[in-house]
Design a binder for this molecule. Structure first.
Ligand code: NDP
Ligand SMILES: O=C1OC[C@@H](O)[C@H](O)[C@H]1O
Length: 461
């Protein structure tokens, strides 16, 4: 079994080879819980969790309840009399009860992750994941071994510290040591890959969109339920503290009744990104980026089904959509308008939630936000900022800001933390990325595609 300290050795090695610096202190994994709302969604006060992280990371054998309380006291935490601490420990998937009956955080528990495939997003995700103490990077599979692909996968594995490499997904599925698989190949390949992994008893985290249509999405969700395995969409926005905070503000009535959500998602991506311009590869802007503002609208309106959908799009000669506008109505009194484009020049990706008492602006980049502004009529507006933990300098493999392939990828620590903890604790589905909601959202995108005239060969199967 891997101890939390194993990771610190890896960190030390990486840092030393980078700069020959002094050995780092033992417990170096960054605490992703820096904000009240990181914990608030689990009903735990921020200071308790921050302190528990500090306490537990230095006690791999866990802490008894009394030791936890004592530790919190020593850290000057006045919440230590908090009656709810024991209840939280019992019910919250972020905590894990060891056979000794001592407590630790689930993220310190080992869990063996597999990866299908070696996509650009997998590079970012794996690097964020490997900052956390529990995940073990067990194996990566490439979809094929011809054309030097295995070599490419071997290079990928070496670069990101993944232990084993396979030339087919089947071999990964058959690896008895892999517990959870992150599926990150192109949209149209998600379904078969996910079903294969589930059939072999693996828990699965699958990149968005789960599939290209609702029928396939339902099949995946049903299979996971039938097999009693964890299954969730990698809709990473939902795990960001700013996004959690938005839900809290809306539920508390801070901006009154929400009547309108509006967002623009313009991110220019040219034809060199082949998967986006090829119908057989699930191309088109709606499924790749249009789904972000649509999913944010769903979040704002309580993950419920819109009762009316209207869409229009600009089409590419390849019969995929490049720019679109979608209106969604939620009941009699509320609606959203979202625009998306992969053809127009990139612009700030911003969303605004309008309520009867005020509004919340989600600043650039709305799909991985770190800042919101709350404006309540008649009061001073205020900003809330939620920066992710600092990025270690040794992470640098892509051209996007910070050395990532995609901007904002340090925020993957939130998703990674939530998924790892859920699986370790035996949770099978997540409320915040509900599988029923994901099916509903695919029904919405099916309807949008019908209106704008985008079809995929997979729809016919
Ligand atoms: N959450 C987020 O922020 C982001 C999510 N994504 C999602 O991740 C997924 C991958 O995107 P991205 O990283 O840009 O993709 P890449 O183009 O970088 O990688 C795609 C991967 O899919 C494999 N692949 C290609 N064609 C097929 C096929 N026909 N069957 C099976 N596998 C295939 C490729 O293998 P090979 O190299 O052998 O061709 C490659 O490993 C998409 O679903 C996208 O929506 C993407 C970016 C950001
Ligand atoms: O999820 C995504 O966000 C960033 C885009 O560049 C990428 O194509 C998309 O899949």
């Amino acid at each position: 079994m891997r101890s939390v300290f194993a990771l610190d050795v890896v960190f030390r090695d990486k840092t030393q080879s980078a700069g020959g610096a002094d050995p780092l202190p033992v417990c170096r994994s960054p605490n992703p819980f820096q904000h009240e709302s990181d914990w608030a969604r689990f009903g735990v006060e921020a200071s308790i969790k921050a302190d528990l992280w500090e306490a537990m990371k230095c006690h791999p054998d866990g802490l008894t309840f009394d030791e936890i309380i004592e530790n919190l006291k020593q850290r000057g935490d006045n919440h230590c009399k908090h009656e709810g601490v024991r209840e939280e420990l019992e019910e919250n998937p972020y905590f894990f009860k060891l056979p000794s009956s001592k407590w630790t955080l689930s993220i310190f528990r080992p869990l063996k992750w597999g990866f299908a495939d070696k996509a650009q997003i997998a590079e970012d995700f794996i690097e964020a994941l490997s900052l956390l103490p529990g995940p073990e990077l067990a194996a990566v599979a490439s979809r094929k071994v011809d054309d030097g692909e295995l070599e490419a996968a071997q290079e990928f594995a070496k670069k990101h510290g993944v232990q084993r490499v396979y030339g087919t997904y089947k071999e990964l599925a058959e690896d008895p040591d892999v517990e959870l698989v992150y599926v990150s190949n192109i949209h149209v390949a998600h379904k078969d890959t996910v079903l294969l992994m589930l059939e072999h008893g693996k828990h699965v985290l699958c990149e968005k969109p789960l599939a290209v249509n609702a029928r396939d999405t339902k099949e995946m969700v049903n299979k996971a339920r039938e097999k009693n395995l964890f299954f969730a969409a990698g809709l990473w926005s939902r795990f960001f503290p700013a996004v959690q905070k938005i839900r809290e503000l809306i539920q508390c009535g801070t901006i009154g009744e929400v009547g309108y959500f509006h967002a623009d998602f313009l991110l220019q991506m040219g034809e060199e990104v082949k998967r986006l311009y090829t119908p057989e590869m699930g191309g088109g802007a709606l499924l790749d980026i249009g789904m972000y503002p649509i999913a944010m609208g769903s979040w704002v309106f309580g993950q419920r089904r819109p009762d009316a959908v209207q869409a229009m799009a600009v089409m590419h000669p390849n019969r995929i959509d490049t720019t679109g506008v979608v209106n969604l109505r939620y009941g009699e009194r509320s609606m959203s308008t979202v625009t998306y484009s992969m053809a127009l020049p990139t612009a700030p990706i911003v969303g605004v939630i309008h309520g009867s008492k005020g509004r919340i602006t989600i600043h650039d980049k709305m799909h991985c936000p770190t800042k919101i502004t709350v404006e309540i009529h008649g009061k001073e507006p205020f900003d809330l900022e939620f920066s992710p933990p600092e990025k270690p300098p040794e992470i640098s493999h892509g051209d996007a800001e910070g050395g990532w392939n995609f901007e904002g990828s340090m925020g993957f620590v939130y998703e990674a933390m939530a998924i790892h903890s859920a699986v370790v604790s035996g949770v099978k589905e997540l409320k915040d990325v509900s599988n029923d909601e994901m099916v509903m959202l695919m029904e919405v995108t099916d309807e949008i595609r019908k209106q704008i005239g985008v079809t995929y060969p997979q729809d016919e199967k």
